[in-house]
Each structure stands twice: as C-alpha cells, then as structure tokens.
Write a protein that binds this ligand. Sequence first.
Ligand SMILES: NC(=O)c1ccc[n+]([C@@H]2O[C@H](COP(=O)([O-])OP(=O)(O)OC[C@H]3O[C@@H](n4cnc5c(N)ncnc54)[C@H](OP(=O)(O)O)[C@@H]3O)[C@@H](O)[C@H]2O)c1
Length: 248
Amino acid sequence: MNTALVTGASSGFGQAICRKLIADGYKVIGVARRADKLQKLADELGHKFCPLTMDVTKKDAVESILLQLPKDFQPIDILVNNAGLALGLEPAYQADYNDWQTMIDTNIIGLVHLTHQILPSMVERNFGYIINLGSVAGTYAYKGGNVYGASKAFVKQFSANLRTDLLGKKVRVTNIEPGLCGGTEFSNVRFHGDDAQAAKVYQGVEYITAEDIANTVSWLVNTPSHFNVNSIEIMPVAQAQAGLSVYK
Ligand SMILES: NC(=O)c1ccc[n+]([C@@H]2O[C@H](COP(=O)([O-])OP(=O)(O)OC[C@H]3O[C@@H](n4cnc5c(N)ncnc54)[C@H](OP(=O)(O)O)[C@@H]3O)[C@@H](O)[C@H]2O)c1
C-alpha cells in the first residue's frame, strides 16, 4: 500500500486521516470543495500530500479530475470515502427536501462515484482497500435521523455487497460506523451554521475525536492483507445503542 485518496479532507475526520496516513508513510490525495482549507493542509503536510478540489457529487468532474492525477499519486491503493453530511434534525414531515437531496447526493451518490471510478484499477492490480465512513445512524434509528440514517444504511449494505463481489480478489472493504464524534464541523453543518445549537450536542459529553477515527483507519490499513474487518462500530463510553421509545 502506497497512495491513499481521502474525501472530505478539508475538515474533521478527513483532515485527521490525511495527517495520520502521511505520518504512517503514505502519499495522500485529499479531496474537498474548499480549496483554501486544502491548501492550508498542503502547506502543513508537504510534498506527500496532493490537494484536489472536487465536488464528489459531480460525476463528470470526478471522472476527469481523477484521470489527471499527478503520476506520483497513481495508482490509488486506499480509498477512504469519508465526505458526507447530515442536514437538519426535523421529523420527516417537516424536513427540507433540498437537505434530503444534498444528503443523498453526497453520502450515497458521491461515494458511489468515487468507488465506481477507482475500484476497477484495484481489481486489475488485485490490490487495494476501500474504507467507507458509515455511521451508527445506518443501524439505529433516532428522531430526525430519517434520510441521514437511511443514507448510512446504504453505505453499510453497499460495503457488504462490495465484499461479496470482491470475494477471491485481494481488495479489502471496511465500513466504519462511528457514534457521537465532536471537534469536527459535522453539527455546525447539520444546523446550517448555528454554532450555539451545534455546541449543545457535545456539552458535558466525552465524545470520540477525529484523531480516534484516524487511528482506527491507520490500524485497519496496517493489518495484514489476508485480514478483513467488515465493519467496525465505535461509540464514546458516554453513548449506548438507542432504546425503544414509547409515546403515551
Ligand atoms: N462527526 C460525527 O459525529 C460522525 C458520526 C458518524 C459518522 N460521521 C461521518 O463521518 C464523515 C466525516 O464527518 P466529519 O464529522 O468529519 O464532518 P465534517 O467536519 O463536516 O467534514 C465533512 C467533510 O466532507 C466534505 N464534503 C462535504 N460535501 C462534499 C462534496 N460534495 N464534495 C467533496 N467533499 C465534500 C467537507 O468539505 P468541503 O465542505 O470543503 O467540501 C468536509 O471536509 C461523514 O461522512 C459523516 O457522515 C460523522
């Protein structure tokens, strides 16, 4: 394993994963829409980091940009499909349709674009690793989780189906399913920039950090090539599986 491509590299998990993989000795392509944030990371990480401004929801752009990668950063051995977001926490009957569309376009369609473009080369070389960022929301329903949870259920099942199609090939797939993680832009994005509301989510909670997720990715890619972690569910000690609520 030599080169990784990490989507959502301008913030949170993605940024921490880029830092950790570079420290581990990999070359890393970091993808996001905000060029200024990627450039700042490039200034920090140096020549082993290749910033790539790209919107994962745009199929044509993904295809053409990936075809023009610098030679030093080809082929891609590790794909970390991390770009994603939750928008809103309203019940389904009050949700904004555009929020739903954006979550589907990013969490599902974007992840599919990258995978469809990069997987064939891994299979051709019989070598590679796809790590998807799912969520506990893909397994456990919670109030207001509607389309976000469903999009992560797609990621979970797509990861399992990839494993099935890749049986007999030396290409690994893992779905990481985190619970409450703080210190990223996730809740600020969910609440459309309402930082006070976002801060409340983490008040008084010892949450998982982006570095915890980056350390998990580092562990995964450094496991032996015969070893596949199908999925890994991670929560802070302060969180547990959702209970079954009853309305009276
Ligand atoms: N934080 C949590 O509690 C938590 C828990 C479980 C799962 N997750 C999942 O983990 C992943 C990362 O979350 P995070 O907490 O690190 O969130 P974050 O800090 O908001 O980071 C999200 C990243 O995705 C990128 N992104 C969003 N839309 C994009 C697009 N259309 N094209 C390219 N990049 C795009 C953003 O960059 P630009 O805006 O610059 O494009 C940003 O770098 C997400 O998939 C999220 O669903 C998070």
